[in-house]
Design a protein around this ligand. Structure first.
Ligand code: MN3
Length: 211
């Protein structure tokens, strides 16, 4: 079954003024949709790859034949990264994490502000295009990591629960070159309830996996 562009769980103007409607539409209808078109083309007529989840492929990218390996890495990663990105945002969101996720963030980073500043400084430190992530490592501990291009944190053994797109296409219309402003404003649309669900879900997955 070819992949399809999942609709956003909100309207294109729902994240104004953090993301203007035009940026969000282009990002979803042009960039994300484009990744899926190429991904489907790459996987066409390859039943072995098609029988695997994208996570499985990215965990060991060598399962993809060398001739398409680099492209699969980019476009499978791009599709997964954006799926998580859209879902972890929402209108009337922002605020602070709650529940188990809040506890884990405080345990790992000291407090919520220290987490935010570590996330922001890693975002600023990622040269060129890429992503910054909050994710769970195989010891079920939270980590902030960045990835270049469309690499998935899964390739680093990190299961993502929250990610921010650092490509200029994510913020250039609104913030121009000001990545720090993009990161700072973005906290206002983070859907912490959803991120909390991803956290619990991934903890469970890691629980079931033999170590
Ligand atoms: Mn993007």
């Amino acid at each position: 079954m070819p992949f399809e562009l999942p609709p956003l769980p909100y309207q294109y103007d729902a994240l104004e003024p953090v993301f203007d409607a035009e940026s969000l539409r282009l990002h979803h209808e042009h960039y994300h949709a484009g990744y899926i078109i190429v991904l489907n083309h790459l996987l066409e007529g390859r039943p072995r790859l098609n029988s695997m989840t994208l996570e499985t492929i990215l965990l060991d990218i060598r399962v993809a034949p060398e001739s398409i390996r680099q492209d699969v890495r980019c476009f499978a990663g791009g599709h997964l990264n954006h799926c998580l990105f859209w879902q972890a945002m929402g209108p009337q969101a922002g605020g602070e994490p709650a529940g188990d996720l809040r506890q884990a963030i405080i345990e790992t980073f000291g407090d919520i502000d220290s987490f935010r500043s570590q996330f922001a400084s890693q975002a600023m430190g990622r040269f060129g295009s890429g992503w910054v992530w909050l994710g769970l490592n195989r010891y079920q501990k939270l980590e902030v990591v960045t990835t270049p291009n469309e690499d998935s944190p899964i390739m680093l053994g990190i299961r993502p629960v929250l990610g921010l797109d650092l490509w200029e296409h994510a913020y250039y219309l609104k913030h121009r070159y000001r990545r720090a402003e993009h990161v700072r404003c973005w906290w206002n649309v983070v859907n912490w309830a959803k991120v909390g669900e991803f956290y619990s879900l991934n903890l469970e997955l890691l629980d079931r996996r033999p170590r």
